[in-house]
Design a binder for this molecule. Structure first.
Ligand code: ATP
Length: 235
């Protein structure tokens, strides 16, 4: 489904990503792991068209998206839940969800997808008419995920969903992501600093260090890897 090969990207004259290659299959949950500043967000931006790659291929269902606009990429079904959620705090929960229907297809399916989103996150239905800014941090993250679901993703990108949230809420959100992957065959790219939680949920993972892929493997293999244990898990 997603096949990134030899990707280079950065900001102006500064290169951040060096020949990054990774794949995500249909229905697979792939974790992108790494510490602060390793290049994870830049990698997401290069996939979603927010940063123009200077080299490499971002192939999605056979088509190279490396030179396409972020709007085009969104239309292909690559939907991101951005770091920091970026919900509209003055708007109601329902209005935020409406913003997730960004094209004809998703607008036509809005009511049906809204029902599914409410089933997954019943708290959002209870608070549909409330200003999104009054929600708790966890509820705001749920809203950001639900809004992405309204966009009918084929590939859902979650950028640091655990940021600032209580562990049990992170578990709930990752559970929804796992459920979507297993049941609806949506692919999930999970970018996380909380490596323990990410590996508990993912099928496979890649560790980024200084803009390069340092390690890759199944979640089980990475959890057992001595470097991962020492550098990231503190064991
Ligand atoms: P974090 O977990 O803190 O978000 P990250 O792994 O996602 O870290 P990036 O945000 O991709 O890392 O940052 C990688 C490098 O790129 C850092 O050195 C950062 O300072 C730099 N960088 C990020 N955004 C920009 C920008 N808009 N302009 C210039 N440099 C940037």
């Amino acid at each position: 489904m997603l096949n990134v090969k030899d990707l280079r990207a950065g900001y102006g004259a500064i290169n951040i990503l060096w020949d990054i290659s990774f794949q995500v299959a249909e229905g697979e949950i792939v974790a992108i792991l790494g510490s602060n500043g390793a290049g994870k967000t830049t990698m997401v931006r290069a996939v979603t068209g927010m940063v123009r790659p200077s080299a490499g291929v971002v192939q999605f269902n056979g088509e190279d998206l490396a030179k396409k606009s972020s709007r085009y990429i969104l239309d292909q079904g690559i939907v991101q839940v951005p770091e920091g959620r970026q919900i509209f705090t003055e708007m109601t929960v329902l209005e935020n969800l409406e913003m997730g229907a960004f094209n004809k297809e998703t607008r036509a399916a809005f009511q049906e997808n809204l029902r599914t989103a409410y089933q997954r996150f019943p708290r959002l239905e209870e608070r549909a008419k409330q200003a999104a800014g009054t929600l708790s941090g966890g509820e705001q993250q749920m809203l950001a995920v639900a809004r992405a679901l309204i966009g009918m993703p084929k590939l859902l990108i979650l950028d640091e969903p655990s940021l600032g949230l209580a562990p049990n809420i992170v578990d709930d959100i990752l559970q929804v992501a796992a459920d979507m992957a297993r049941r609806d065959r949506i692919s999930v790219l999970l970018v996380e600093q909380d490596i323990t939680k990410a590996l508990a949920c993912a099928d496979r993972g890649y560790v980024i260090e200084n803009g390069r892929i340092a390690l890759e493997g199944t979640a089980a293999a990475l959890s057992a890897n001595e470097h991962v244990k020492k550098a990231y898990l503190g064991i």
